[in-house]
Design a protein around this ligand. Structure first.
Ligand code: CP
Ligand code: NVA
Length: 339
């Protein structure tokens, strides 16, 4: 049982979360366990106002459902006031530099969440604001997502070390980069399966390979689907076109159609209990504007995952979405409480 005392003694107070590179294996496991504890407390109605009276800025350059809602609800549960600052609402970027914005926000707020384009922006906010800054997604990384993914896996499998996870799709996007780093830190056996043009950068792979020497994790980067999915515990995918790359639909469909997660791919794992994960949002039917446009233009009814797999008993995507709340709450409580 995590107690107020162990939250006090975590050594994380005042830290930002810009990428999972900044955190050790023990610290990441600590945050996942704290999230499980906070989830339990919320379900039992036990108050956990570890940020009582604080004000938290939520700065968004890109849209969001899960991350925005998770930070908002987590703030309120922790006793803090969340203030949403959309890119059209504030001077940031148009009339005011990142540095000046950071200093101003740091004078008024106790913590800042940032979602946007450049990793350099979130790093600058941390450098100049003087308060903890949490990365809610940049082009390069999505660290809070991976905490929720790992909590979801741990809930089903009971542990993380040695779990075999394959990420299939755009292997060089923010989610793939963060999964690779998080898995290498925690000793999760990770395989990234994508066409060669979409392999993660040499820099991220080299970093993860170095880490996995200590954590005893295994890393495989391959374009071979049969090899990648064989015997895995978890199949994970993400959209083929990330926010900010909307001109790339044709190119990505051509590259990634063979990598669609479908029932045939699930069968190839040889594991009837294989978990399916997706950070969401997902194009698995024609119930979205973008999905419908892609259907009209390219004749495709489903993209990165079929509706059959998305809706199947193997799919834990909504547990994963809920766990964004508990893990983001753990990050804020651990890094910003004043108990
Ligand atoms: N998974 C995720 O980050 O979702 P949102 O874009 O809705 O925040
Ligand atoms: N790779 C996706 C993740 C969305 C949560 C994107 O950046 O759009």
């Amino acid at each position: 049982m995590m107690t107020t005392k162990s939250i006090l003694n975590n050594g994380l107070v005042g830290r930002s979360l810009l990428t999972l590179k900044d955190y050790t294996e023990d610290e990441i496991n600590y945050l996942i366990n704290l999230a499980a504890e906070l989830k339990e407390m919320k379900k039992k109605g036990i108050p956990h106002r570890y940020l009582d009276g604080q004000n938290i800025a939520l700065l968004f350059e890109k849209p969001s459902t899960r991350t925005r809602c998770a930070f908002t609800v987590a703030c309120v549960d922790l006793g803090a006031h969340p203030e949403y600052l959309g890119k059209h609402d504030v001077q940031f970027g148009k009339k005011e530099s990142t540095r000046d914005t950071a200093i101003v926000l740091g004078r008024m707020f106790d913590g800042i969440e940032f979602r946007g384009f450049s990793q350099a922006t979130v790093e600058s906010l941390a450098k100049y604001s003087g308060v903890p800054v949490w990365n809610g997604l940049t082009n390069e990384f999505h660290p809070t997502q991976i905490l929720a993914d790992f909590l979801t896996i741990k809930e089903q499998k009971g542990h993380l070390k040695g779990v075999k996870l394959v990420y299939v799709g755009d292997g060089r996007n923010n989610v793939a980069n963060s999964l690779l780093i998080g898995a290498a830190k925690l000793g999760v056996n990770i395989r990234i399966c994508s066409p060669k043009e979409l392999f993660p950068s040499n820099e991220v792979v080299a970093y993860a390979e170095k880490l996995s020497e200590d954590s005893k994790g295994e890393i495989l980067i391959t374009d071979n689907i049969d090899e990648a999915v064989n015997g895995v515990d978890v199949i994970y995918t993400d959209v083929w076109v990330s926010m900010g790359e909307e001109d790339k639909y044709k190119e990505r469909i051509d590259q990634l159609l063979p990598y669609q997660v479908n029932s045939e791919m699930l069968q190839k794992t040889g594991n009837e209990n294989v978990m399916f994960l997706h950070c969401l949002p997902s194009f698995h039917d024609l119930e979205t504007e973008v999905g419908l446009n892609v259907y009209r233009e390219y004749g495709l009814k489903e993209m990165e995952v079929t509706d059959e797999v998305f809706q199947s008993v193997n799919s834990f995507v909504f547990d994963q979405a809920e766990n964004r709340l508990h893990t983001i709450k753990a990050v804020m409580a651990a890094t910003n409480h004043r108990l």
